[in-house]
Write a protein that binds this ligand. Structure first.
Ligand SMILES: NC(=O)c1ccc[n+]([C@@H]2O[C@H](COP(=O)([O-])OP(=O)(O)OC[C@H]3O[C@@H](n4cnc5c(N)ncnc54)[C@H](O)[C@@H]3O)[C@@H](O)[C@H]2O)c1
Ligand SMILES: [Zn+2]
Length: 402
């Protein structure tokens, strides 16, 4: 049954701009925060960012507890340590400071600290039973959009895959996006997370139309499918990424490029967390879970191959993306313009150093069919892919990317 209504959600409050972290004390005060747990990692302590965020809060009288054991693509063990820290200090708000990894850790911790049990109780969609302790997210990469999204991802090392928890209650109470915090982000996470943002915008833009989504009206589903507001956000995000990503990687101190990428990542986060991510993300979960590449790099590697697969269903949208990516489309046919979009996506990934073959990540040919079987189980992301997908299609795409 098709839908005629779409919904749009965000963080409860979004503060954006250079110097935005200075608003944190006022935000904490507004939330009546007396004891705040900051979840971050040792790189952000070393970069002085944890201190920069914590000090003004302490000066405002907030009791700040710092947990600095966050890790990239956080494991269950890491989540257990963060949850234990929360249970010990009983904060009345939690702040996730870092890339998507630490922000997701903060979300999972907030859910388990508030509602008890373990993170396993909340996996998949809509299993968090109610509001969580106030959650503030402060990104230090320009990538995941977790600061506005309803998602949190952990790595299941035992089963070599990623596991998502999706819930309307995981949208942060406040997101504070300060591009200055991304200046110290090294080139590789800058590149990988930037390509993740590009993937979010592109997957949202090319997704199954909201009106075609095969979900009964009134049924809760984690994504709405493609709709006009998400399209507007995704278009702007793609144009900003085309303009700023390579510069942000090559000139880390370039604050214009950093600010452009921070805005792009947040816009792409708003787009995907309402409209969709789709087949690229489904295929990245087993790939990243087994090969331990970053989420962004896995997405960047797969994106052009998935775009070739969806091209017959989304030719005019891809042609529009070509324009946004800076291609002179005037004399080109729609088909040629669409092909050009894919070429530019490949060029941008290559320019920022994203590896382009699964074998370069250490993958083996014989792993591909297991990856395909696992990706195919993520049915919600198949439903959002604009072309019917069989497991054999997924295997073909992995083979092309091998
Ligand atoms: N919740 C969501 O909506 C969502 C969306 C996409 C991805 N994700 C998840 O986010 C994670 C990836 O996040 P990411 O790409 O932001 O990278 P990340 O959080 O894993 O960070 C990568 C590395 O960069 C370092 N780093 C980050 N910012 C820095 C800075 N300013 N200065 C110095 N070092 C810095 C970190 O310490 C870390 O070692 C994955 O687990 C992925 O699954 C979540
Ligand atoms: Zn992503």
């Amino acid at each position: 049954m098709s839908r005629t209504i779409w919904n749009f959600s965000s963080a409860g409050r979004l503060v954006f701009g250079c110097g935005a972290v200075r608003e944190l004390a006022a935000i904490a005060d507004r939330l009546s925060t007396r004891r705040l747990l900051i979840l971050t990692d040792s790189n952000l302590v070393d970069a002085g960012i944890a201190q920069r965020v914590a000090q003004p809060l302490k000066s405002a009288g907030v009791d700040v507890i710092l947990f600095d054991e966050g890790e990239p693509e956080p494991s269950f063990e890491c989540a257990n340590r963060a949850i234990a820290a929360a249970r010990e200090c009983k904060p009345d708000a939690i702040l996730g400071l870092g890339g998507g990894s630490n922000m997701d850790l903060a979300k999972i911790t907030a859910a388990v600290f508030t509602h008890g049990g373990t993170y396993r109780d909340y996996f998949d969609f809509d299993n968090v039973p109610g509001p969580v302790v106030p959650l503030i997210c402060v990104p230090t990469t320009a990538g995941t959009g977790s600061e506005v999204s309803h998602a949190a991802v952990l790595t299941d090392h035992e089963n070599c895959t990623k596991v998502s928890t999706l819930s309307p209650y995981l949208r942060p109470t406040a997101a504070v996006v300060d591009p200055e915090l991304t200046v110290s982000c090294p080139p590789k996470p800058t590149a990988d997370s930037g390509i993740d943002a590009l993937t979010h915008a592109v997957e949202a833009y090319l997704a199954t139309y909201s009106t075609d989504l095969d979900v009964p009206a009134g049924t809760l589903f984690p994504y709405e499918g493609k709709f006009p507001l998400a399209d507007a956000l995704a278009e702007r995000a793609v144009a900003l990424i085309a303009e700023h990503l390579v510069t942000a990687v090559e000139q880390p101190q370039n604050i214009d490029a950093r600010a452009g990428m921070s805005l792009a990542a947040t816009l792409a986060g708003l787009a995907f967390s309402n409209a969709a991510v789709a087949l690229v993300h489904a295929m990245e979960y087993p790939l990243g879970g087994a090969l331990h590449c970053s989420h962004g790099e896995g997405n960047g590697l797969l994106l052009p191959h998935v775009l070739r697969f969806v091209l017959p269903e989304r030719t005019s949208e891809l042609a529009r993306l070509a324009e946004l990516l800076g291609v002179e489309t005037g004399v080109l046919s729609i088909e040629d313009a669409a092909m050009n979009a894919i070429t530019v996506v490949e060029e941008v990934s290559r320019a920022v150093g994203v590896r382009s073959r699964i074998r370069d990540l250490g993958g083996r040919d014989e792993q591909l069919s297991e990856f395909a079987a696992k990706a195919f189980t993520i049915k919600r992301l198949m439903a959002l892919t604009p072309r019917p997908v069989a497991e054999s299609d997924i295997l073909k795409i992995y083979r092309a990317a091998f």
